[in-house]
Design a protein around this ligand. Structure first.
Ligand SMILES: C[S@@+](CC[C@H](N)C(=O)[O-])C[C@H]1O[C@@H](n2cnc3c(N)ncnc32)[C@H](O)[C@@H]1O
Length: 298
């Protein structure tokens, strides 16, 4: 059983025994999902409360709907991907509940955010992601090769900020490559939620996600910033510059497809120096039309 679930059991137990107001559950969910829209936390707490009331009223048949679990692709453990509430209440009441095992792929296909052009299209996410040896291919298959262009001294032991982080593939990769702390910032909280849920599989500390519209300056204390294919989606370039200028060390910039260096001088010329590292391969543009990649020294 995942540690997170065990923790939920324990907190749930305390909640039900001592405090029927569900504050402990709310605390738990706020602590886990604190960086996401408060509306969502409220919704989760309400779901829990409704289910608990069902059970109390002895009409809690929903508790017998099989919960769903997924096996970690490389470790010998399982995660509850649907039914944490039911599982925790059943555990407290000593009720055995049925479970169904589904594959990681099935879970991804079902849970990947689908509304919006940066999310899944025909079940294929924008970003690829890597969990242990398992790879889920996205429309961008070059997620890991991009990191070969990044200097390890800009990541190891550094605080990294990933702007427009999508489902967090680059965020997790920075952590895997030795960052001390990584923040993914994204406007769409469905993406963030999915990114956070992926940490069931990555199991990494000090990876945080924050809902934020980058048309407003984002204040931070990061050393290194990833600004990958995000600027064209923003109307307030000055806010982006204000965010970028807070970097203590450097910025990695991936330009949008087909853009030239001249198209980016408004940004590049704001910093002390910059270096062209090559083009990233987005799989659909030619070498000359692909996305230019820069290291900018602040
Ligand atoms: C082309 S995708 C690039 C994703 C990621 N940076 C990468 O390179 O794989 C653009 C990302 O920016 C996000 N985005 C768009 N407008 C945004 C805004 N105003 N504030 C924050 N994020 C935004 C999108 O949701 C999407 O995840």
């Amino acid at each position: 059983m995942a540690d997170g679930t065990a923790y939920l059991y324990q907190r749930c137990h305390t909640t039900l025994q001592q405090d029927k107001s569900y504050n402990t559950y709310k605390e738990y969910i706020t602590a886990s999902w604190g960086n996401v829209n408060p509306k969502l936390i409220k919704k989760q707490s309400k779901k829990y409360k409704d289910l608990y009331n069902d059970v109390l009223a002895l009409e809690g048949m929903r508790i017998y709907i099989p919960i769903e679990i997924v096996k970690h692709p490389s470790k010998n453990r399982c995660f509850i991907v649907d039914g944490n509430h039911r599982a925790s209440i059943a555990h407290f009441l000593g009720i055995k509940i049925p479970y169904k095992e589904i594959t990681l792929q099935e879970w991804v296909e079902r849970n990947m955010p689908t509304n919006g052009k940066f999310s899944a299209q025909n079940g294929v996410p924008y970003q690829s992601f890597y969990i242990g040896s398992a790879i889920t291919k996205g429309r961008r298959e070059d997620v890991s090769t991009i990191h070969q262009l990044i200097r390890s001294e800009d990541i190891k032991g550094k605080k990294v900020l990933d702007l427009g982080c999508n489902i967090g593939s680059h965020t997790y990769m920075a952590k895997e490559n030795g960052a001390s702390e990584v923040w993914g910032v994204e406007k769409f909280y469905e993406m963030l939620l999915f990114a956070m849920r992926l940490n069931n599989f990555y199991e990494m500390d000090n990876v945080f996600f924050k809902e934020h519209d980058l048309n407003e300056t984002y204040n931070h204390n990061a050393d290194t910033i990833f600004c990958f294919s995000v600027d064209a989606h923003l109307t307030n370039k000055q806010a982006l510059l204000n965010t970028l200028k807070q970097a203590k060390n450097c910025i990695y910039l991936e330009c949008h497809a087909g853009k030239t260096e001249e198209d980016y001088l408004w940004m590049l010329n704001e910093f002390s120096s910059y270096e062209f590292l090559g083009c990233t391969d987005d799989g659909k543009h030619t070498e000359t039309k692909s996305r230019r990649f820069y290291r900018i020294q602040v």
